[in-house]
Design a protein around this ligand. Structure first.
Ligand code: CS2
Length: 494
């Protein structure tokens, strides 16, 4: 196998596509905060294609690692060794694969080690956009009010020492301050996370952070910076060692950090940039005046359906999204959820009829080769459910609709937090945003609904009793038995 680097590119097997632009001539135009697999499979893939178009050579990415954890440490070693190159393997619906090397990220900086290097990049006039994929939990919002939380220890540290930022918002505010001071035009801030109105949310976070430091700066940002919303979509599974070994063997390339995704990709962006933008429409992105209906459809249908299938799936002992969606009962639950609990309350984007979108989502989940594990989807549920599920729950609760499908999944979520499958196997839920005192509340029925994750759900005593009854029944008789009973009850109600 050939170890991936700029030097070995000309020697890679012909089955691996390699870009044809002159990578040495590229310049950084976008600093991206948090270089996860999704960013590398999505935004970098779009940009990689666009870099082939004349006039786009100054729109390459500089990736920034914000969090000091084991995964980031791996990148810290591997990215420089590979000249920030990596392979992307895309699986089509029939399971066939395509491999390519992506060259759109030309630099990578590990922020905890070198915050000044990150700030210099962000303050550089060549940087015209700062984008981010910091996950739903990264926005540091109060679940009940949506307000940016100034009181968290991290934010407090940053406010005390603004020139030593740690979070995306600390970096953005300090970099904008530096630009303003130096008379450099600001950059656009582009969120690429699965949040409703992600641009509005990002703006609220940045302005709140800035206002706590300097109201004048906050005012300047408000008047001079734009925060386009975007809807981003491409299923990108976690890559375990066995997956990396498999794709490397398929490619004949030794990549320490390969990325895997489905073939499908969608990127809808609000056309509202303050300092220029790449012509992403040339490579299939949709630049539109209003992203709202696209975001709503994607988050409430695709992301919420992922959660709807993942909790019961994991508790029943299933492993992948495909296993769960092809399970007859879980498949029915998801199909009914989209058709009855979500679609009737959404306005479809003009070019995205919702029943067809539902069918596409189900087909994508059924892809035989992507191998997306349920553990990726269930993880960080305390940040995801308020975004993906709560709005549909609240809408249905307000109109007296049938909440049983979602109540069933909330019951599964509570069982997941308690960390035991139907068969009694223990697992550790991955909840990075959940403090242990919060997690402890999940253990008892007296306290579970006082968890902050439930603050975003309108819950009355009947709802709580229904969720509890479903969870207790599952403890006795298993997830599948209770789900089958529920589906039968729903069918007999007509
Ligand atoms: C998933 C998303 O994390 C999740 O729960 O629903 O990561 C999903 O795969 C992406 O948003 C697809 O674009």
């Amino acid at each position: 196998m050939i170890a991936l680097s700029s030097k070995t590119l000309p020697t890679l097997p012909a089955s691996v596509e390699v870009f044809s632009y002159d990578r040495a001539a590229l310049g950084v135009g976008i600093v991206h905060l948090s270089v996860g697999n999704f960013h590398r499979a999505h935004q970098c893939w779009y940009m990689d294609r666009l870099l082939h178009e004349p006039g786009h050579e100054n729109w390459a990415f500089c990736g920034v690692g914000l969090i000091d954890d084991a995964t980031e440490r791996l990148k810290l070693d591997a990215f420089p060794a590979q000249d920030n190159l990596y392979t992307l393997t895309r699986y089509a619906p029939d399971g066939t694969s395509r491999h390519q090397v992506i060259g759109a990220m030309v630099d990578y900086v590990f922020a905890p080690r070198d915050p000044q290097a990150v700030l210099s990049r962000m303050a550089d006039p060549a940087t015209r956009i700062v984008s981010m994929t910091i996950t739903e939990g990264g926005y540091n919002q109060d679940h009940a009010t949506g307000a940016y939380r100034l009181e968290t220890p991290l934010t407090q540290r940053e406010l005390a020492q603004p020139d030593k930022p740690e979070s995306a918002f600390g970096y953005i505010v300090e970099a904008l301050r530096l630009r303003r001071e130096a008379g450099i035009a600001p950059f656009t801030v582009m969120s690429c996370d699965n949040l409703r109105d992600n641009g509005v949310v990002a703006k609220r976070c940045v302005i709140s952070h800035a206002r706590a430091l300097d109201p004048d700066l906050a005012q300047w940002i408000e008047s001079n910076v734009t925060f386009p919303s975007s809807m981003v979509d491409r299923i990108t599974p976690a890559v375990l060692k066995e997956d990396a070994d498999r794709v490397n063997a398929e490619c004949g390339v030794l990549d320490r950090l390969p990325v895997i995704s489905e073939e499908f990709a969608q990127w809808v962006i609000e056309d509202n940039f303050v300092n220029g933008r790449p012509a992403l429409e040339k490579v299939g992105a949709q630049l539109v005046p209003d992203v709202h209906p696209y975001e709503l459809a994607k988050v409430r249908m695709l992301n919420a359906s992922h959660s709807m299938l993942a909790y019961p799936g994991q508790l029943s002992g299933l492993e992948t999204v495909r296993d769960a969606i092809t399970d007859p009962a879980i498949g029915t639950l998801v199909e009914q959820f989209m058709s009855r609990d979500v679609i009737p309350y959404l306005t479809a984007p003009e070019d995205m009829p919702l029943p067809a979108y539902r069918d596409l989502v189900i087909a994508r989940f059924s892809n035989p080769a992507v191998g997306d594990r349920l553990a990726r989807i269930t993880g960080d549920g305390s940040s995801k459910l308020p975004v993906f599920l709560a709005p549909s729950w609240n809408r249905l609760a307000a109109s007296g609709g049938d909440l049983r499908r979602m109540a069933f999944v909330l019951a599964c979520f509570i069982r997941y937090l308690r960390g035991r499958t139907d068969r009694g196997e223990a697992f550790t839920p991955f909840e990075p945003a959940l403090p242990s005192a919060q997690h402890d509340l999940a253990k008892n029925w007296d306290s579970v609904f006082s968890m902050t994750v439930f603050e975003s759900f309108t819950l009355d005593d009947n709802h709580r009793a229904l969720i509890r009854e479903m969870a207790e029944n599952m403890e006795q008789r298993g997830t599948q038995a209770v789900l089958n009973e529920l589906l039968e009850a729903i069918a007999s109600d007509g």
